[in-house]
Design a protein around this ligand. Structure first.
Ligand code: SP5
Ligand code: ZN
Length: 350
C-alpha cells in the first residue's frame, strides 16, 4: 500500500509541552514521522509524494477563524515582544474564554496576541511554533493525496496510508488540542463524501477522537466509531468519549463509542475493534477512513492499554476484510522504539 509523504510534516517541533503547569518533554516529536517512514520503506511500501491541494475541503471541516489563526499565529507571536520580553519561543494559551467565563454575554475577540491562542486552543500542551502551520497543512495535503489515489479510476490501489503528523483527531471545527491542529481524518472523510460515498471513520487511537466526533456529530453520511481508553477512568480528552454518545439530529446513531478500562489487552481491544467493523457494515459504508493511533500499544507512554503488535496486525486484518476503499491516517503513537513495527503490523493485511 502506498505511503503518502510530505517533508513539511517534519517542520513542527513542540520541543516542550506545558502539562500541569510545567514544561515537560514534548511527546509528539518529528522523529515519530521519521521512524514510521523508515520502517514502512523497509517493509516494501512504495512512497508517493504529497500533492498540494486547495483549502476548500479543509474549510468544510474547520471554521475559517481557526484556520486563519493557525496560519498566522507564529508570525504574530514572533512580531510581538514575547521572545525578547519573557523568553517564550512557543505560542501557549493563557486565557480560555470558556462558556463559563463569557456566561452567554457578547464577548469580543481579544486584542492581545497572547490572549488569542486560548480562543482556539483548549489545552496547554498543543503549542504553536515555527513550522507548525506548514506541518499541519502538509499533513492535510498528504491526506487528500491518499484520497485521490484511492478514488482514481486508473489507480491500482484500493487503500493508501497518509503519514500524517501532527495528528488530527482531537481537532474540532473551531477548537484544537491534544497535539492536534487540523483534523486529517475528518478531511479524508469529507473528501470521500464529495464522491457521493457513505464513510465510516474507524478510530483505534488509544484516545477518543473528540474532534472527529464533533465534525460529524449531526451528519447522517459519516459514521464515527471509536475504541479508546475510558475517559471516565481519568484519561484524555476527559469530557467526551463515553459509550452513551451516539450523535444527534440526522446523525443520531452514526456515532459509536467503545470505552475500555485501563489495562485492556489484545482480546478485549479486538472485541471492540470488531464492534467498530460491524458498525461500518450496518452503516453500509462505501469507504473507510482508519484513524490509526499506535498508542494503544503496551509500551506507549501516553496510554494504559496493553495491545501488542499482533493485536494491531489482527485489527488491520479486520478492517481490510471490509474490502472497501480505505485511507489510513496516522494519529498518535509515541514509543519511538516500537512505533515502526506497530505500523508495519497494522498495515500488513491491506
Ligand atoms: C493524538 C493523540 O494521541 N493525542 C494524545 C493527547 C493526550 N495527551 C494527554 C497528555 C497527558 C500528559 N502526558 C504527559 C506527557 C509529559 N510530557
Ligand atoms: Zn492518542
Amino acid at each position: 500500500m502506498p505511503v503518502v509523504w510530505s517533508d513539511e510534516v517534519l517542520r513542527h517541533d513542540p520541543r516542550d509541552e506545558v502539562w500541569v503547569g510545567v514544561r515537560t518533554d514534548g511527546t509528539e516529536v518529528p522523529a515519530r514521522a521519521t521512524v514510521l517512514r523508515e520502517a514502512l520503506d523497509a517493509a516494501g511500501h512504495p512512497e508517493v509524494a504529497a500533492v498540494a491541494h486547495p483549502d476548500d475541503v479543509l474549510l468544510e471541516v474547520h471554521e475559517a477563524g481557526l484556520v486563519d489563526w493557525l496560519r498566522t499565529a507564529w508570525d504574530a507571536w514572533e512580531a510581538g515582544p514575547y521572545a525578547a520580553a519573557v523568553g517564550s519561543d512557543r505560542v501557549v494559551p493563557y486565557v480560555f474564554p470558556t462558556p463559563f467565563m463569557t456566561s452567554g454575554m457578547p464577548w469580543r475577540y481579544p486584542a492581545a496576541t497572547h490572549a488569542r491562542a486560548g480562543v482556539w486552543c483548549y489545552d496547554t500542551m498543543t503549542v504553536v511554533g515555527p513550522g507548525t502551520w506548514e506541518a499541519a497543512r502538509g499533513a492535510v495535503d498528504a491526506t487528500l493525496t491518499a484520497v485521490d489515489l484511492v478514488l482514481s479510476p486508473t489507480g491500482p490501489t484500493r487503500s493508501a496510508y497518509a503519514l500524517t503528523r501532527p495528528p488530527g483527531h482531537h481537532a474540532a471545527p473551531a477548537g484544537f488540542g491534544g497535539s492536534c491542529y487540523l483534523n486529517n481524518a475528518a478531511v479524508a472523510a469529507q473528501a470521500f463524501t464529495h464522491a457521493g460515498m457513505r464513510v465510516a471513520v474507524l478510530d483505534v487511537d488509544a484516545h477518543h477522537g473528540n474532534g472527529t466526533q464533533a465534525v460529524f456529530w449531526e451528519r447522517a453520511d459519516v459514521l464515527y466509531a471509536s475504541v479508546h481508553v475510558d475517559p471516565g477512568a481519568g484519561w484524555f480528552p476527559h469530557v467526551l468519549g463515553y459509550g452513551d454518545e451516539r450523535g444527534t439530529g440526522a446523525g443520531a446513531g452514526a456515532t459509536v463509542n467503545v470505552p475500555l478500562p485501563p489495562g485492556t489487552d489484545d482480546e478485549g481491544w479486538l472485541m471492540a475493534v470488531r464492534l467498530l467493523v460491524e458498525a461500518a457494515l450496518r452503516f453500509d459504508a462505501d469507504a473507510v477512513v482508519l484513524s490509526l493511533g499506535l498508542d494503544a500499544a503496551a509500551h506507549d507512554p501516553e496510554s494504559p492499554l496493553e495491545v501488542t503488535a499482533d493485536g494491531y496486525a489482527r485489527a488491520g486484518a479486520l478492517v481490510a476484510a471490509l474490502d472497501l476503499p480505505t485511507v489510513v491516517v496516522q494519529e498518535g503513537g509515541y514509543h519511538l522504539e516500537t512505533l515502526g513495527g506497530l505500523a508495519v503490523a497494522a498495515l500488513k493485511a491491506f
